[in-house]
Design a binder for this molecule. Structure first.
Ligand SMILES: Cc1cc2nc3c(=O)[nH]c(=O)nc-3n(C[C@H](O)[C@H](O)[C@H](O)COP(=O)(O)O)c2cc1C
Length: 172
């Protein structure tokens, strides 16, 4: 059965960001918080541009907007951590995407590994070294080499069509 569809010419200056964002919002993703640290200052931002790239070596990519404080800090220091959020961490997603500053204020139980902040109760923690940075429009593609990781059991927080959601699997 064919679905009703709207054709849009994206290769045209007149097409607004909102249309492209709307198209891509149909690709559901998980949600993570990137963290970095520099001279005792902690940085963190919510991202959904996280993708695995290579198995040997273990590489992933994230796309921070050019000029974002966390993205610039991780480029300067060459190191960052990825905290993949669990279904019950919507509050952290919003905290690290919003105006709340400083973002770590009032957060308890933030651990550190190699001086990088790790958010408590996240599904996955990955410690990365910056492998490469590729400028891409108004964002950077940051490729990270994963040096350490930790994985917990649970369901992930999801982002789909502009909303946070989750899908609880039936337990086996
Ligand atoms: C679900 C979700 C996913 C996001 N993904 C990204 C992303 O991949 N790249 C990006 O630059 N901003 C992303 N943002 C927006 C940033 O989290 C937001 O702009 C943040 O304030 C940037 O932090 P900083 O500039 O203070 O470091 C996302 C926001 C949300 C809610």
């Amino acid at each position: 059965m064919s679905r009703p569809a709207v054709a849009v010419d994206y290769d045209h200056d007149g097409i607004c960001q909102a249309e492209f964002r709307k198209a891509m919002s149909n690709f559901p993703t998980g949600v993570a918080v990137l963290t970095a640290a520099e001279n005792g200052t902690r940085y963190g931002m919510t991202v959904n541009s996280l993708t695995s790239v290579s198995l040997t070596p273990s590489l992933l990519l994230v796309c921070p907007k050019k000029g974002s404080s966390t993205g610039e800090a991780l480029k300067r220091t060459g190191r960052f951590a990825v905290n993949i959020l669990s279904a019950d961490q919507e509050d952290l997603c919003k905290r690290f995407a919003g105006e709340h500053a400083p973002r770590f204020e009032g957060l308890e139980e933030v651990e550190e590994r190699d001086a990088l902040p790790l958010l408590p109760n996240s599904l996955v923690h990955l410690i990365c070294e910056v492998h490469a940075v590729h400028p891409a429009g108004d964002h950077d593609i940051v490729v990270g080499r994963v040096t350490q990781g930790q994985v917990a059991a649970g369901d992930p927080l999801l982002f789909h069509q502009g909303s946070l959601t989750h899908h609880r699997r039936e337990s086996a």
